[in-house]
Design a protein around this ligand. Structure first.
Ligand SMILES: Cc1ncc(COP(=O)(O)O)c(C=O)c1O
Length: 397
C-alpha cells in the first residue's frame, strides 16, 4: 500500500469510529458570536477568548500600527536580527503582570514549554510533573530526558502526598523542578499552588507553572493562579500563552527571576533556531495586557458568566465537573458521543467542541464549555436552551 493510501485508510477508520475531527471555517472574528461558513451566526462556547480581547478595537489597532511601523515579518530569530523594540516593551509588561522580574516571548506557549525543561535540566537533575499536565509540558519533559538524560517522575493529579513522596525520593538530585499547569485545561481545576510551593521549599525544589488558562482569567485583576491564591511572585517560573485571554492571537512567554530571560535567550533552542514573535502580534498582546490592567471589570464579568453558566447547567440536570474557572467540562464517556453532542449543538447554533481520545483519556470524552467576558446573558441563555433540548434528546438529563 502506498504511503498516501495508508493515510487515507486510517482517516477512513477515524470516520467510521466517529472520532474524525471536521474543521469549521469562520468568516468573522472571534467574539461571543461569529459567522461560520455554511451556518451563519453561531454562539462560540469553545474559545480561549476569555476576556473578549480578540476583536477589541484597541488590540486590533495596535497590531495594525505595528504592521505599518515594523512590517510583516521578523525575518530572523531573536539573537541574529529579529529583536524589535516592541518585544522588550511587551516582555517588561508581561513580567510585571504575572509578578516576575523578567520574561521572554516565544511564538507559542508550546514553544515556551518545549524550550524550558531541556534548557534548565542536566543529567544530575530531576523534573517532577503532574499526571494531567498539558501535552506541551509532557513533550518538553520527553525532550529533556532524551537530550540531557535527566531523571523524570510523575505524581498523581494534584496528589500532594504523592508529590511529597517523589520529592523525598529525589533528595539527591541537584536541581529538582516541579512542573504543573496553573489551571488544568481539560478539567478546569486549579493547581494546589500553596501546597506545591510549600513542598518545594521543604525539599529545596523550584516550581514552574504553566498558567495558560490562568493568565487574564484567575485572580481579581486577572494576574493568574498566583493572584488567585494571594501569592504573586511565589512560583519560581511561569510560562503562559498570548493565544488565550491576552488577545488570543498567538505567542507565549516564560517569566521568572531576573537572569531567567537572559539565560533562555542564550540557551533555549526554540529561541536560537526559530523566528521571533511577529511584531504585529507582540503589539496586539501588549495592548491586551494594558486593557486588562485598565479594565479589571472584564475579569469580574468573566467570573460572573462562568458562575452563572455552571449554576444553570446544574439546574438543567447536567453534571459539569465542579470548579471555579471558566472551563466547564461535561463528561460524556465515548468520543463518538462527544462529537455527536457537539454536532447537535451546532445545529442549534452553538459552537462547542467535543474532546475525545487522545486529547483526553479513553472513556472520558467531553464537551468542554469555555465562558468569556464577551458573552451576554442572552448568549448564555440561548446556549443553555440548546443544551436543554440536546441533553434531553441524548438522554443526558
Ligand atoms: C496549559 C496549556 N499550555 C500550553 C498551551 C499551548 O499554548 P499555545 O497555543 O500558545 O502554544 C495550551 C493551549 O492549549 C495550554 O492549554
Amino acid at each position: 500500500m502506498s504511503f498516501a493510501a495508508r493515510l487515507e485508510t486510517e482517516l477512513e477508520q477515524f470516520k467510521q469510529d466517529g472520532v474524525y475531527k471536521r474543521l469549521n471555517y469562520l468568516e468573522a472574528p472571534q467574539a461571543a458570536r461569529t459567522r461560520m461558513e455554511g451556518r451563519g451566526e453561531v454562539v462560540i462556547l469553545s474559545s480561549n477568548n476569555y476576556l473578549g480581547l480578540c476583536n477589541e478595537p484597541e488590540v486590533v489597532a495596535a497590531g495594525k500600527r505595528a504592521l505599518d511601523r515594523y512590517g510583516a515579518g521578523t525575518g530572523s530569530v531573536r539573537f541574529i536580527c529579529g529583536t524589535f523594540a516592541v518585544h522588550r516593551e511587551l516582555e517588561q509588561a508581561l513580567a510585571r503582570f504575572v509578578g516576575c522580574e523578567s520574561s521572554l516571548t516565544y511564538v507559542s506557549c508550546w514553544n515556551a514549554n518545549e524550550g524550558l525543561a531541556p534548557t534548565l535540566l542536566g543529567e544530575q537533575d530531576i523534573v517532577i510533573s503532574d499526571q494531567l499536565n498539558h501535552a506541551s509540558i509532557i513533550d518538553s519533559i520527553r525532550l529533556a530526558k532524551a537530550i540531557t538524560k535527566c531523571q523524570t517522575a510523575v505524581y498523581r493529579h494534584s496528589d500532594m502526598a504523592d508529590l511529597e513522596d517523589k520529592l523525598r525520593a529525589a533528595r539527591d538530585a541537584r536541581l529538582k523542578l516541579v512542573l504543573t499547569d496553573g489551571v488544568f485545561s481539560m478539567e478546569g481545576d486549579i493547581a494546589k499552588l500553596p501546597d506545591i510551593v510549600a513542598l518545594a521549599r521543604k525539599y529545596d525544589a523550584i516550581v514552574a507553572m504553566d498558567d495558560s488558562h490562568g493568565t487574564g482569567v484567575l485572580g481579581r485583576t486577572g494576574r493568574g493562579t498566583a493572584e488567585h491564591y494571594g501569592m504573586l511572585g511565589d512560583a519560581d517560573i511561569i510560562t503562559s500563552t498570548l493565544g488565550k485571554a491576552l488577545g488570543g492571537a498567538a505567542g507565549g512567554f516564560t517569566a521568572g527571576a531576573a537572569p531567567l530571560a537572559d539565560y533562555l535567550t542564550q540557551r533555549s533552542r526554540p529561541q536560537l533556531f526559530s523566528n521571533a514573535l511577529p511584531p504585529t502580534v507582540a503589539a496586539s498582546a501588549l495592548a491586551a495586557v494594558r486593557c486588562v490592567e485598565r479594565q479589571p471589570e472584564r475579569v469580574t464579568r468573566l467570573h460572573d458568566n462562568a458562575r452563572y453558566f455552571r449554576e444553570q447547567l446544574l439546574a438543567l440536570g447536567f453534571k459539569p465537573l465542579p470548579g471555579e474557572t471558566p472551563i466547564v467540562p461535561v463528561i460524556l464517556g465515548e468520543t463518538a458521543k462527544a462529537i455527536e453532542m457537539s454536532a447537535l449543538l451546532l445545529d442549534e447554533g452553538i459552537f462547542v467542541t467535543g474532546f475525545g481520545y487522545p486529547v483526553v483519556p479513553q472513556g472520558y470524552a467531553r464537551i468542554r464549555c469555555q465562558l468569556s467576558a464577551a458573552h451576554t446573558r442572552e448568549d448564555l441563555d440561548l446556549a443553555l436552551s440548546a443544551f436543554k433540548r440536546v441533553g434531553a434528546r441524548l438522554g443526558l438529563i
